[in-house]
Design a protein around this ligand. Structure first.
Ligand code: GLU
Length: 472
């Protein structure tokens, strides 16, 4: 069967990592079956609407390469794909549902309805309007009395349904609230709109957070009343910050945009979140989106919550940085250089030095800060047993290196390296006794990305000699 899945974000102006993961699983289920991935904007909660938020959704999906087959911007056979443009549809279906006995008109004021809520503000609504005959209710509606369409839940016993991740689920009908489906302003609630849209859009699989499990029997009652077939349900476990806390904007946790701003590559983020809640059943951890399309199987989704592990993401991002074609890495790194480098240096050489050594693009400014400004350091740094250097040897080597480097016409990593090696040989010194002190003099740091000749190549001849002369 060709799957039709939908990603149905609300335009909140923020792409939560858990939402992006849901989108990814939806996308993979569709693509693994040669089916379609649909984008639907759920903007019926006008209080939550944020200007420009749909662009964030579009841009995020495009950036990670999850292209949709139908959606607000490209259309399709099942549009419109923005819920606020579908209001007449929800109204039509809400009235139909009343006729079918799956809902009723309710004329209680909000405060009257609130009075019926239990202490936890869960509505166990025993709606007095249930006793109004349909005929009378319709008259009151026609007369212009404000009303909502409220779900009627009169079944007893247990609702059962199957979920791909959690298996067979049973929920007491008594636990379901008679929630509002259509508000007095004519807007649907999520609880109604999702069912109408998923049916009308021929959605085969619904992937969403497991917080929706307890409401699913209510949706099934709506499907049943209309005589529609419910979709296959795939409820996914939460993404957690730690064992107790959900990853959420309220806790100041990262969104997709925040992670990109922190120097993570979109492909790495996507790869990481694929594994947050799903496992391939093999040791493989690095997957491109294309590879995921081949191997993804929703039966391997995990029931237990996934903890967002930034250390693991960092490691994975490092793998992606190293795998980038050099030119691509250099382009990304160049943008970072612009933020802190005023000095004219050989940026290509710098990128060569950094690419194998950093984990996020934001590591660049810190790792390469010494290129812009030589840190102050103590002479003790020249003492190194392994390199057989002390302050005396270091100063002597640097003094010998200066004229040799001054005479060098070609300034490359290789030519500098050969030149410094020759200085060592000609003066009866070990390579390390020249290379190590030169590296310290150029960087002021014990550990650096790259060796003496690589750093000299980055700095250029003039700055290299200036730094060496400062030390000698
Ligand atoms: N708009 C809902 C949300 O953002 C979608 C849930 C669903 O996929 O049904 O949580």
């Amino acid at each position: 069967m060709k799957a039709r899945t939908r990603f149905a974000p609300s335009p909140t102006g923020y792409m939560h990592i858990g939402n992006l993961r849901t989108a990814l699983y939806e996308y993979l289920i569709a693509k693994a079956s040669g089916g379609d991935f649909i984008l639907r904007i759920e903007d019926t909660d006008q209080k939550r609407y944020v200007e420009g938020a749909t662009d964030i959704i579009y841009n995020t999906l495009k950036t990670v390469g999850m292209n949709w087959d139908e959606g607000p911007d490209i259309g399709g056979n099942y549009g419109p794909y923005i819920q606020s443009e579908r209001l007449p549809l929800y109204q039509e279906y809400a009235h139909k549902l009343v006729e079918l006995g799956g809902a009723h008109y309710c004329f209680c004021s909000k405060s009257e309805a609130d009075e019926q809520k239990d202490e936890e503000m869960n509505i166990k609504f025993k709606d007095p309007c249930l006793h109004i005959s349909l005929e009378e209710a319709k008259k009151r509606v026609a007369a212009g009395e404000p009303y909502v369409v409220r779900q009627t839940i009169n079944k007893k016993g247990k609702a059962t349904f199957n979920d791909v991740v959690y298996g067979d689920i049973e929920i007491d009908y008594d636990e379901l609230d008679e929630g509002v489906l259509l508000k007095s302003d004519g807007f649907p609630t999520y609880n109604f709109a999702n069912v109408v849209d998923d049916h009308l859009m021929n959605i085969t699989h619904v992937v969403r957070g497991n917080e929706y499990i307890s409401s699913t029997p209510k949706y099934n009652l709506i499907y049943e009343a209309f005589g529609w077939t419910p979709p296959i349900y795939v409820h996914v476990a939460q993404v957690m910050k730690d064992a107790q806390h959900k990853l959420s904007k309220r806790n100041g946790d990262a969104s997709f945009q925040d992670l990109v701003a922190k120097g993570y590559l979109p492909e790495a983020i996507l790869n990481y979140i694929a594994l947050l809640g799903w496992n391939p059943g093999t040791e493989q951890e690095i997957f491109s989106l294309k590879e995921l399309e081949q191997v993804f199987d929703e039966k391997r989704l995990n029931k237990s919550p996934a903890i967002f592990d930034i250390t693991k993401l960092k490691w994975m991002n490092g793998c992606y940085i190293r795998a980038l074609p050099f030119e691509e890495f250099h382009q990304l790194a160049n943008k970072e250089y612009d933020t802190f480098l005023t000095r004219e240096v050989n940026r290509e050489e710098l990128s060569k030095v950094l690419q194998p050594r950093i984990e996020t693009l934001k590591d660049i400014a810190e790792t390469a800060a010494f290129i812009e400004t030589l840190p102050t350091y103590s002479d003790e740094l020249f003492i190194n047993k392994k390199m057989k250097t002390d302050v005396g040897i270091a100063k002597k080597s640097i003094a010998l290196a200066i004229p040799a480097l001054e005479g060098l016409s070609e300034w490359t990593n290789e030519s500098i390296f050969e030149c410094l090696k020759a200085v060592a040989v000609e003066n009866g010194l070990k390579n390390g006794q020249v290379l190590y002190p030169v590296r310290i003099a150029l960087t002021g740091l014990e550990t650096t990305p790259g060796g003496a000749s690589e750093i000299a190549a980055v700095l250029g001849k003039q700055e290299t000699l200036t730094r060496l002369k400062q030390t000698a």
